[in-house]
Design a protein around this ligand. Structure first.
Ligand SMILES: O=P(O)(O)OC[C@H]1O[C@H](OP(=O)(O)OP(=O)(O)O)[C@H](O)[C@@H]1O
Ligand code: HPA
Ligand SMILES: [Mg+2]
Length: 176
């Protein structure tokens, strides 16, 4: 598809919001002994790298890979688990770190799966939330930005694997 991109959230705005988000997360986990942050590959990698460096105390990171979009622009609803976490999460405080919640299918599936393993607590953090697109309800504890129904790229998020390296968030604008 022929398209262009337009900046939606600048790198400076992301930095500022990460400071606010990290402050909330640090306060929430002030008494936690071994917080485990679980990022969903690949989209959350950039966000995870910036967020985890702002979290205090003993923190571990791990990753899962699930995929529902492939190279398409809409969710297939059929969320596939491609790589599981390496850590045993039973009895742990677990924070899922996600770049974007759109339909909610990805996080809903991951949440259900991780809850079966009986973590001490399970919370969800997303940089971007697109509530207008929600198909399933997911309880989100920490949200960076609530955004309108636009297709987003940058800061880890792709369109057909392109644009993950952008330091800002942009929207994809189709050209005819
Ligand atoms: O709320 P949903 O409608 O499920 O969509 C959100 C998910 O879709 C994207 O991932 P994708 O499956 O494209 O994989 P990627 O992170 O490797 O790009 C995005 O990074 C979220 O993980
Ligand atoms: O807006 C989006 N951009 C990229 N990937 C996505 N997966 C769900 N929504 C999006
Ligand atoms: Mg993607």
């Amino acid at each position: 598809m022929k398209h262009t991109i337009e900046v939606m959230i600048s790198a400076e705005e992301i930095e500022q919001q990460l400071d606010i988000l990290a402050e909330k997360i640090n306060a929430h986990y002030a008494n936690s002994e071994r917080l485990l942050m679980v990022g969903l590959l690949k989209g959350s990698v950039v966000f995870m790298a910036d967020l985890c460096r702002r979290i205090k105390g003993h923190v571990e990171i791990d990753f899962m890979s699930v995929s529902s979009y492939g190279n398409a622009m809409s969710s297939s609803r059929d969320v596939k688990i491609l790589k599981d976490v390496q850590s045993d999460i039973e009895g742990r405080d677990v924070l899922i770190v996600e770049d974007l919640i759109d339909s909610g299918n990805t996080l809903n599936k991951v949440r259900d799966m991780l809850l079966l393993r009986e973590p001490k607590s399970l919370a969800l953090c997303t940089l971007l939330d697109k509530p207008e697109r929600r198909e399933v309800d997911v309880p989100v504890d920490f949200i960076g930005f609530t955004i309108p129904d636009e297709f987003i790229v940058g800061y880890g998020i792709d369109y057909a694997e392109q644009y993950r390296n952008l330091p800002y968030i942009a929207k994809v604008v189709p050209l005819d």
